[in-house]
Design a protein around this ligand. Structure first.
Ligand code: PLP
Length: 416
């Protein structure tokens, strides 16, 4: 199936012609100038066509190491067909929040497929993974409670902690002794929650799940994990790191996204049926936001079926991730502990200064690779990086070429 959107058919907005910002918004000019000076201005990129091994960005075709399309389903026609069939059956817009009438048959089938994949009682689909995290944490916790959160957790977890209005303790990345100590100081709080990514999105590291389960038991805390980057990639059935670590019994709340390996959109929370039913009464982003389109839910359901039909994709991806790290070492790169410990499909190359990360990303693009620069606030200041996202589509030659190109660019970097 080849088709392109007709860009010429859409009118372009009139140019602002250099009209200054209204006085009430004039501060934005200064703020933008400060971002620019710190190397933190973000590019405006337009992607065209289907992405896969390659991606067209602003008219330029590059090898695609910048999408979370880990299993290569983002451009898969089987998902398009599933979405078209559902759009034909149920129309495009969901029309209302799931609580009112937005929960269609396509959403019901998706939630059943998710519960089956994760081997739990029930699941609840959200418009995004971001919404799933913020709504769930804020629903579970309140001002009398204590939340312990890993320092490298995703922004949606951070915002969920803030929304809960509970006391929040941040423990250093994967530091179980620090977490133990934080929880010991929170014995008198009404409830305690430990919340963590399972695969950390900017570090490619994995959470020590067995230890986390142990601490949750010891301190009678709720354990909530975000499997956004693990769903579809880890576990014998592809349900995530909880399955791979064999610790489903110790994890109370499992959040994930349908937008990365599953290549659709939306998020989910899964667990005990009573908890899910209770979230239907308390999770504000589920109650007060329109359900995502049934076609999107159907595409996600098709992806979940593909996890069972094509287990080789996740196995091959994991092998390539290990090979790529090996190739980086062979190309003479010093890789920090973070990058060698865990063979996840996310390989960050820490560069240091934000401007240096942009420079490396620009030079990679000149060599034909799309590898985005990741800068504050996504990572701490001084820890900017280029983030290599591996996909099932990449060949061994792609990975070898990328490793040698990165190594040769970094040799010229004064900051490293
Ligand atoms: C760890 C993590 N959790 C949640 C999300 C949000 O998921 P979504 O893109 O579906 O909103 C992301 C997305 O970047 C993520 O990396």
């Amino acid at each position: 199936m080849t088709c392109r959107l007709d860009a010429a058919a859409t009118p372009t907005p009139p140019p602002s012609g250099g009209v200054p910002l209204p006085t009430a918004l004039a501060w934005i000019d200064d703020d933008l100038a400060a971002l620019r000076a710190a190397g933190l201005e973000r590019p405006h990129r337009v992607r065209a066509g289907r992405q896969g091994r390659e991606v067209e960005l602003n008219g330029e075709t590059l090898l695609n190491f910048g999408a979370n399309d880990y299993l290569g389903y983002a451009g898969d026609v089987r998902l398009t067909k599933a979405a078209s069939k559902a759009a034909c059956a149920e129309g495009f817009g969901a029309g209302a929040s799931p609580l009112v009438s937005g929960h269609s048959q396509a959403h019901e089938l998706l939630e059943r497929a998710l519960a089956n994949l994760l081997a739990v009682d029930a699941a609840l689909a959200f418009p995004s993974g971001f919404a799933a995290n913020t709504a769930t944490i804020a629903a579970l916790m309140g001002p009398d409670d204590f939340v312990a959160s890993d320092a490298r957790n995703h922004a949606s977890i951070i915002d969920g902690c803030r929304l809960s209005r509970g006391r929040v303790g941040i423990y250093p990345h994967r530091d179980m002794a620090a977490l133990d100590s934080l929880l010991s100081q929170a014995v008198s709080t009404r409830r305690r929650l430990i919340v963590t990514d399972t695969v950390f999105s900017m570090d490619g590291t994995v959470a020590p799940l067995a230890d986390l389960c142990e601490l949750a038991r010891k301190h009678q805390a709720i354990l909530m994990v975000d499997e956004a980057h693990a769903t579809g990639v880890f576990g014998p059935r592809g349900s995530g790191l909880v399955e791979e670590a064999g610790c489903a019994d110790g994890v109370h709340v499992r959040v994930g996204t349908l937008s990365k390996a599953l290549a659709a959109a939306g998020g989910f929370v899964a667990g005990h049926a009573e908890m899910i039913h209770w979230l239907r009464h308390t999770a504000r982003a589920w109650i007060f936001s329109t359900a995502h389109p049934p076609a999107v839910a159907a595409a996600a359901t098709r992806s979940i079926a593909l996890l069972a039909e094509e287990p080789h994709r996740r196995l091959e991806l994991r092998t390539r991730a290990a090979d790529f790290r090996q190739a980086l070492l062979q190309a003479g790169l010093t890789i920090t502990g973070d990058q060698t410990q865990d063979s996840t499909q996310i390989v960050p190359i820490v560069v240091g200064a934000a401007t240096a990360a942009v420079d490396v990303a620009t030079r990679l693009a000149e060599s034909g690779f799309f590898v985005p620069a990741i800068r504050p606030p996504s990572v701490p200041a001084g820890r900017s990086l280029v983030r290599v996202s591996l996909s099932w589509h990449h060949t061994a030659t792609d990975l070898e070429r990328l490793a040698t190109t990165i190594a040769s660019i970094l040799r010229d970097q004064p900051d490293r």
